[in-house]
Design a protein around this ligand. Structure first.
Ligand code: 5RP
Length: 231
């Protein structure tokens, strides 16, 4: 197993221990979350843990059901007590870039409704500044050409429309396209988030500000470090 996967698995397994009987759990998307789902599914099957999950993507629906985790939709009556999700980058404040899996819209909806968001990640995801990872934004397909041109003009960034292996645009679970924006260092992520969100056609950005209060960082030796936001 690669160093990254050792860290991902270790973090996913520690996160599964945070779940208690009766909880509603937001379940993120990605390879680290897949390890969490497997560890949680084992607890459901062996300990009879009674929980309900709120999935953030169709991929997570399929994986959670495969592991015997009952699912419910996100409603005012079923808000997650705790959400476990991955990240592409986390800075010392635990501001995040998310969205490599294209699930950033549902991930933000679930995280924002959740009592607590705990990020699980391998050690490579901790960064001093966000932005080396291209920022994903979810956009309305109809707006693509105009947004690409506006983003170039306003931010001097070259947006990349996310494509599938066959060259067709990637389409999110909500029918949106993803533009990946290679900003380099993002000095003020909260301001950038606001500036992007007011552009007509931008539905959501992969910048998550102030939502994560804890990160479980898995190291290549299998150690899991709890990281808290530094103000
Ligand atoms: C999906 C995400 C993922 O949480 C993020 O990309 C991390 O993925 P992985 O655990 O596979 O490294 O934001 O939209």
């Amino acid at each position: 197993m690669s160093d990254a996967n050792i860290g991902k698995q270790a973090a996913g397994e520690v996160a599964a221990k945070l779940v208690h009987d009766g909880m509603i759990v937001g379940i993120g998307t990605g390879s680290t979350v897949a390890f969490f789902i497997e560890a949680l599914g084992r607890r459901v099957q062996t300990e009879g843990l009674k929980i309900r999950g709120i999935p953030t993507s169709e991929a997570t629906v399929a994986h959670a059901l495969r592991w015997g985790i009952p699912l419910v939709p996100l409603t005012p009556q079923t808000r997650p007590d705790l959400t476990i999700d991955g990240a592409d980058e986390a800075n010392p404040k635990l501001d995040l870039i998310k969205g490599a899996g294209g699930a950033l819209l549902r991930e933000k909806l679930v995280a924002a409704a959740s009592g607590e968001l705990v990020v699980i990640a391998d050690a490579s995801k901790r960064v001093a500044h966000l932005g080396a990872f291209p920022l994903p934004i979810a956009i309305v397909p109809f707006a693509t050409q105009n947004l690409v041109s506006q983003l170039k003009e306003e931010f001097e960034v070259t947006p990349h429309l996310r494509l599938l292996a066959n060259g067709e645009p990637f389409i999110s679970d909500d029918g949106l396209y993803i533009l990946d924006l290679p900003f380099g260092i993002i000095q003020r992520p909260a301001i950038l988030d606001k500036r992007l969100k007011i552009m007509p056609g931008v539905v959501e950005t992969g910048i998550f500000i102030g939502l994560a209060k804890r990160m479980l960082l898995g190291h290549p030796d299998g150690r899991v470090e709890a990281v808290y936001p530094v103000e």
